[in-house]
Design a protein around this ligand. Structure first.
Ligand code: EPU
Length: 302
């Protein structure tokens, strides 16, 4: 999808939107998969309601991209524009036990920045790629914690109301890898309320989580983290492993040898390869265990 109309281009520019033509989404996702389209970088949160109206008036479909770390995007020329927040400076402001964080901020950097200010609680998320906005939307969690527990306030573009709103943490429901936000809501910023902890103690926790992650997950490889959610009381990774599917591949899409719920792009995998592999593994798990695995990875198929 391309923005060609010069008048529309000028209107976008007036809204503080930078247009990158022919952006390759494989370069913007941790899986390294995804076709091309125009990328619109938003520099002012306040311009979003007007930007959305403008795109709708021109009947231009769009999708909102966070850090691209939990995402499988289709191949070829994509039928929608991509919107993404530009990173502001500063991305994080600390005020006592509160961390005000822009949605575009990197999750790992936020964890360490807060740690340096003696604010803990988020240690489990170290090593999880992506942005704070993505972590908030998906209620990212690991090693017994989830980000939702620390959300005091969230600022978002509420698609249903066509306006920017601030919600209290108690107005949002945070479940396992799921939140009450609508699919087309856009996360803009969050205020986290974090427990005070000495930096050294947080660092210790960070080291332990890093070590656990390194020993069980394929960190150096292109992946989107876990492909399937864990069904209640079970582990998708263990089930796939028990079926001997580690190393199973379609083209360059491969079930990781290290963690069976991570599917890696071992080279030039296409979305088609990855989707075929996902469907194959899902079918085998259903046949063997009678369990229909649900996607944890978000799929934007063209
Ligand atoms: N296991 C196997 N073989 C495998 C993988 C795992 O036997 O190939 C076994 C492990 O030995 C362990 C059990 O399955 O006994 C659970 O494995 P693990 O501790 O790695 O946790 P997980 O349930 O597979 C979840 C999250 C991860 C998160 C880790 C650590 C989901 C789908 N996955 O993985 O999150 O990092 O716990 O807290 O909830 C993600 O969301 O993308 C993600 C990677």
């Amino acid at each position: 999808m391309r923005v060609e109309d010069p008048k529309l281009k000028a209107e976008l520019s007036d809204l503080g939107v930078d247009i990158r033509s022919g952006a390759c989404l494989a370069e913007l996702t941790s899986l390294g998969i995804g076709g091309t389209t125009n990328l619109l970088r938003i520099t002012k949160h306040e311009s979003i309601p007007e930007l959305i109206l403008l795109l709708e008036r021109h009947q231009i479909p769009y999708k909102f991209l966070g850090g691209g770390s939990n995402l499988l995007i289709g191949d070829g020329e994509l039928p929608w524009l991509i919107l993404q927040l530009a990173k502001p400076d500063p991305e994080i402001v600390i005020e006592g036990n509160l961390a005000h964080v822009d949605a575009a901020a990197d999750l790992g950097r936020t964890v360490t920045f807060c740690a340096k200010h003696d604010l803990g609680g988020m240690e489990g998320l170290i090593g999880v790629p992506g942005t704070i906005g993505g972590a908030l939307r998906m209620n990212a969690g690991a090693y017994g914690m989830q980000i939702g527990s620390y959300v005091r306030e969230a600022k978002l573009y509420r698609a249903a109301k066509r306006s920017i709103e601030i919600l209290r943490g108690t107005q949002i429901s945070f479940e396992y890898r799921h939140t009450s936000f609508a699919p087309d809501d856009m996360m803009l910023a969050v205020t986290l309320e974090l427990p005070s902890k000495p930096f050294k103690e947080i660092l210790q926790g960070i080291r332990i989580c890093n070590e656990k992650r390194r020993s069980s997950q394929p960190l150096g490889q292109k992946s989107a983290g876990c492909i399937f959610k864990n069904p209640p009381g079970a582990s998708a990774g263990r089930m796939i492993d028990e079926l001997g599917l580690k190393g199973l591949s379609v083209g360059d899409a491969k079930v990781s040898d290290r963690h069976a719920n991570f599917f890696v792009n071992a080279g030039e995998a296409s979305a088609k390869d990855m989707l075929t592999l996902i469907a194959d593994v899902r079918g085998r798990v259903e046949n063997a265990f009678g369990v229909k695995l649900e996607h944890e990875v978000v799929v934007w198929d063209a």
